[in-house]
Design a protein around this ligand. Structure first.
Ligand code: GRG
Length: 306
């Protein structure tokens, strides 16, 4: 809760998120503008999912981390945009018929429903490759090439075998399987979800001029909020379906997916989410009140309702 932290008490997260969101949305929109008639279709498909109303948590984390070390929003924005492009690519591909086969995302038809499976795959590929181009090309030259390279390496790693793609494959392997352990579940969520949040905070810190030790503290923070995010998500799934359908029909109980409430129980999962958030916040203690935005985002992650 907000009372847990003196710093968070004076900090208005809603105002902060609103002030960042317009700039982020404008930069996202511009990043996928078509430059010639031949690219209209692919750019429209990229734009459709990129602008479909996400919470923009990854860009905000990147900018907030950069500002915590005295960097500016301008310095972090190309990387913030790249992170949302990568996130959007992963959602487009996750929704495909060969993966989760979802028709709806954020209350709107999924990319392949509108543009077809062929174009949706290509829009994901184009978002992924454009993300790297964007960081390399648009990051202000006031940032040293070494720091930009560090960000690009981390972004690349976060999508590969020890990132989104590896986490997704392990998730597919565990689907419907008996005996999935807490360790398996944590591996999946670390790689599918926490890794991109870690790169968001770490790259913001790097661009803002942080030392390697400071970057590491930021990564610990993000790993723990990433895991808390998933625990909270699993809790929301149970409580939402319990409210909607009545206690006996809680969707989580019979789905073929292993979740934290299934392994730990609902009450213990809530305790675990809180513990992860407290641990995350402890990593930022050295940064004093400059950490207020990140601390408030950490609380928001487990208090959110969507
Ligand atoms: C094709 C190389 C390659 C990778 C893609 C499909 C896939 C591999 C990975 C799946 C990644 C995935 C769907 C992870 C879940 C991430 C997650 C927590 C999504 C929800 O994030 P929010 O709440 O979403 O930030 P909004 O809608 O707010 O943007």
């Amino acid at each position: 809760t907000v009372e847990d932290s003196e710093v968070a008490t004076d900090f208005d997260l809603n105002e902060y998120l609103l002030s960042k969101k317009d700039d982020i949305e404008a930069a996202l929109k511009a990043s996928v503008a078509s430059t010639m008639p031949q690219t209209e279709k692919i750019c429209e498909s990229m734009d459709y999912s990129l602008m479909a109303g996400g919470k923009r948590i990854r860009p905000v984390l990147c900018i907030a981390a950069c500002e915590m070390f005295g960097g500016t929003q301008e310095v972090a924005m190309p990387t913030a945009v790249a992170l949302e492009m990568i996130h959007t690519m992963s959602l487009i591909h996750d929704d495909l018929p060969s993966m989760d086969n979802d028709d709806l995302r954020r209350g709107k038809p999924t990319n392949h429903i509108i543009y077809g499976e062929d174009v949706a795959i290509l829009a994901g590929d184009a978002l992924l490759s454009t993300s790297f181009q964007h960081v390399a090309q648009e990051t202000p030259k006031t940032v040293s090439p070494e720091r930009i390279l560090d960000v690009i390496i981390r972004l690349g790693k976060s999508v590969g075998p020890v990132g989104l793609a590896g986490g997704q494959v392990m998730d597919l392997e565990c689907e419907g399987k008996e005996g999935v352990t807490l360790e398996d579940l944590t591996w999946i969520h670390t790689h599918k979800t926490a890794t991109l949040l870690q790169v968001a905070v770490a790259s913001g810190a790097i661009l803002g001029g942080a030392t390697p030790e400071e970057v590491e503290a930021c990564e610990m923070f993000a790993l723990n909020i990433g895991l808390a995010f998933q625990v909270a998500d699993d809790i929301l799934d149970v409580t939402a379906s319990t409210e909607d359908l009545g206690k006996t029909a809680a969707k989580d109980l019979d789905a073929d997916k292993t979740t934290y409430p299934k392994l730990l129980g609902l009450e213990e999962s809530k305790v675990e989410a809180r513990r992860l958030i407290d641990e995350a916040k402890a990593s930022l203690e050295p940064f004093g009140e400059k950490a207020a935005p990140l601390l408030a985002i950490a609380d928001y992650i487990i208090e959110r309702s969507n």
